[in-house]
Write a protein that binds this ligand. Structure first.
Ligand SMILES: [Cu+2]
Length: 333
């Protein structure tokens, strides 16, 4: 791989990618199916981690000069024709796969693929690179894809509990030794030791830390991750775990309505504060109901509450730094 294949992603570069995607995703139903066109550029570069270490990533990016990890999410409607062009700007082979919907096969270095499929399954999906599994996915080649039921703007599937807004939460865990090994074209050969934990590509920056309150650097304020709502703004969260570590997703303030597990609709909707999210592409759909927090005293209807993972390791970076892991905030406005 040549030096020019690499992009140096500074804070400014990350700004461009983070703000390129919508934070709070809305959806307007259409009477008839549409044709959706999207181009992803497979690019590579470095993203600075909370301890200052630059770690190598690859992404499905919005331009040949940016690096988006995860790739920008897409929401389409059942029945839409989806045309996706994947431009592989790297010298390595990659693929673009949405299980059950599309599989590009191998896209060799320097080549492009024009994919077309009908979005004939509703729900939450991951697009990812299935080659060299799981390594290409782990180093950043993944993103969220959703198919809304035809004519609906408030259901996960026909007849599901309803919501008024939706987000993707894509979790990853990062072993920088593996990432560097993949950069050099080898298969990782050491024990997997994740040192960084991300939500939608970013880690927490607690108050006082460099980058705190910067939505392009910290996951606590990233508009793709932090939930914002008023009482009653029921919020669908489409969660994926592209990393290898199993996680427990814990929301404060309200219990979450647990709708699906690994793509399967649950027979009953349970309300839980912790949801078990399997590693290696586990998925969950849940609704955060934005109800008046039942346990706060004195009673409150506004304020910020955390969402974090319940493995202690996932709340750290670089083997120690606490509160620099996979977390965000939930803002009652
Ligand atoms: Cu907790």
């Amino acid at each position: 791989m040549k030096r020019r294949d690499f992009l140096r992603v500074s804070a400014a570069g990350v700004a461009a990618s983070a703000m390129g995607g919508a934070g709070l995703l809305s959806w307007t139903p259409r009477a008839s199916a549409a044709t959706i066109n999207k181009t992803y550029y497979i690019t590579a570069g470095y993203i600075e981690q909370p301890d200052g270490t630059d770690v190598y990533f690859r992404g499905f990016s919005n331009s040949s000069g940016s690096l988006n990890v995860p790739g920008e999410s897409l929401i389409v409607q059942e029945g839409d024709t989806v045309n996706i062009t994947v431009v592989n700007t790297l010298s390595t082979s990659h693929s673009f796969v949405i299980d059950g919907l599309v599989d590009s096969g191998t896209i060799r270095g320097g080549r492009s693929a024009n994919l077309s499929f009908t979005a004939n399954k509703v729900g939450s999906f991951l697009f990812y690179d299935k080659l060299n599994a799981p390594y290409n996915r782990l180093v950043g080649l993944h993103g969220g894809f959703a198919v809304m039921p035809q004519g609906s703007n408030n259901e996960l599937y026909a007849g599901s509990p309803q919501f008024v807004q939706q987000y993707f939460w894509i979790f990853n865990d990062i072993d920088p030794v593996w990432h560097d090994r993949i950069r050099r074209g080898y298969t990782p050969s050491t024990q997997y030791i994740p040192r960084y934990f991300t939500l939608n590509g970013l880690s927490g920056r607690p108050p006082g830390a460099p980058g705190a309150h910067d939505p392009n650097i910290g996951s606590l304020t990233d508009p793709r991750s932090a939930l914002h709502g008023h009482i009653g703004d029921r919020t669908l969260i489409r969660m994926f775990n592209v990393g290898k570590a199993d996680q427990s997703v814990h929301a404060h303030a309200n219990h979450m309505e647990w709708l699906t597990e690994n793509g399967v609709i649950r027979p009953d909707v349970w309300k839980k504060d912790c949801l078990y999210l399997e590693g290696d592409m586990g998925s969950i759909d849940s609704i955060f109901p934005f109800e008046t927090p039942p346990d706060a005293y004195p009673p409150v209807s506004t304020g910020a509450f955390p969402m974090h993972l319940h493995t202690e390791m996932s709340q750290t970076a670089a083997g120690g730094s606490y509160m620099f892991g996979a977390m965000t905030d939930i803002y009652f406005e």
